[in-house]
Design a protein around this ligand. Structure first.
Ligand SMILES: [Zn+2]
Length: 346
């Protein structure tokens, strides 16, 4: 049969959608922060008002379920698609702003916490990097001589070029995100290079590098805007019947860069620490930065992880194994956009 071109395109798209729908088992949404913020280079924050819109849409169009529901390959509940809500990292604002909204709509959620940060309620490393490099001020690169120049050897030229970051540039590029194809100033170039470099480092080297950056950036603000929840907040969340606590490694490292022994330590100790803090078993896990290797899957299994989420941006299909469940990040969407997307895929 010969189709006119336009008709053929429509027919193909319809076939793809029918095939997609046949494989679809529901969706898992992935969030990080629920907060009103001015600068968000990693696009991690959803405003509480917008998060409320998202939950209203989910309650109306889907069947909100606990994450463990995706351990089975059942397709839908009644005539509604399953939807699970997850949060990565363990930000304090999830306890403060997301929980009341989840309670109001009776929507369960899993919070994957990086236990090393929660133990101390500290700032996450990427937020430290932003506070240090993406706020106006001078970078005293020449002081590296007296600190640890070797650690920064591959950044020598970038550091010199990024010496100044003005208040005007800070205001002008407030909406810049690290996924933008262009870095508008030398400071943004350094920020992106440093972020990529730090992802591949051990927690000790990474934290040492950022400590030194703070020493050569004396103008960086001392006030911390975003940080991990406290142990008290974690324990209170864990006592809420709608909330499941999962693990997200000990130090939020990129597992794919570590050898198997180091991966095991991060996965196992991260999980054990959360279990100790909340006094109950932890079965779910999410891969920091969505990075893992085939060895990671075996390590997660041997550490007792029963269900794990990636950052692959799609719906859950019958082909997914329970240790590689994809998620969708609706951070930048309005409630209306989320509704349109759900009506398209489900
Ligand atoms: Zn994370």
């Amino acid at each position: 049969m010969i189709f006119p071109m336009g008709l053929l395109g429509r027919f193909k798209r319809r076939c793809i959608r029918i095939r997609q729908k046949a494989r679809c088992c529901g969706i898992i949404l992935s969030y990080h922060r629920i907060a009103d913020v001015n600068n968000d280079p990693f696009q991690l924050a959803v405003a509480p008002r917008r998060f409320r819109e998202h939950m209203e849409v989910l309650r109306r169009l889907t069947k909100p379920v606990v994450l463990n529901s995706f351990a089975s390959r059942r397709r839908s509940l009644g005539n509604r698609w399953r939807c699970a809500v997850t949060f990565d990292d363990g930000y304090q604002d999830v306890a403060e702003y997301a929980l009341p909204i989840l309670n109001a709509y009776d929507i369960p959620a899993t919070i994957f916490v990086s236990s090393g940060c929660v133990q101390t309620g500290s700032e996450f490393w990427w937020d430290r990097l932003q506070r240090c490099l993406l706020t106006p001020g001078r970078l005293h690169w020449s002081q590296l001589e007296a600190l640890d120049r070797k650690l920064f050897s591959s950044f020598h030229d970038s550091l010199i070029q990024a010496e100044r970051y003005s208040q005007e540039d800070f205001l002008r590029y407030g909406s810049w995100t690290w996924k933008c194809p262009i870095q508008p100033t030398s400071r943004h170039v350094l920020f992106c290079r440093m972020y990529q470099h730090l992802q591949s480092q051990s927690a000790a080297v990474r934290d040492r590098l950022i400590d030194i950056l703070f020493q050569i950036c004396p103008d960086a603000p001392h006030t911390v805007d975003a940080h991990a929840m406290s142990v008290d907040e974690l324990q209170a969340l864990s006592g809420n019947p709608l909330i499941e606590i999962g693990s997200h490694t000990l130090n939020h490292v990129m597992l794919s860069f570590l050898d198997e022994q180091e991966q095991l330590l991060e996965v196992q100790e991260g999980k054990r620490t959360v279990e100790r803090l909340i006094q109950r078993p932890v079965a779910s896990f999410s891969y920091p930065h969505g990075a893992y290797t085939p060895a990671t899957l075996n390590i997660a299994r041997s550490a007792g992880v029963e269900i794990a989420c990636t950052t692959r941006q799609t719906f859950v299909s019958r082909n997914n194994t329970r240790l590689e469940l994809p998620r969708v990040s609706p951070e930048a969407w309005s409630g209306e956009q989320l509704e349109q997307w759900l009506r398209q895929v489900l």
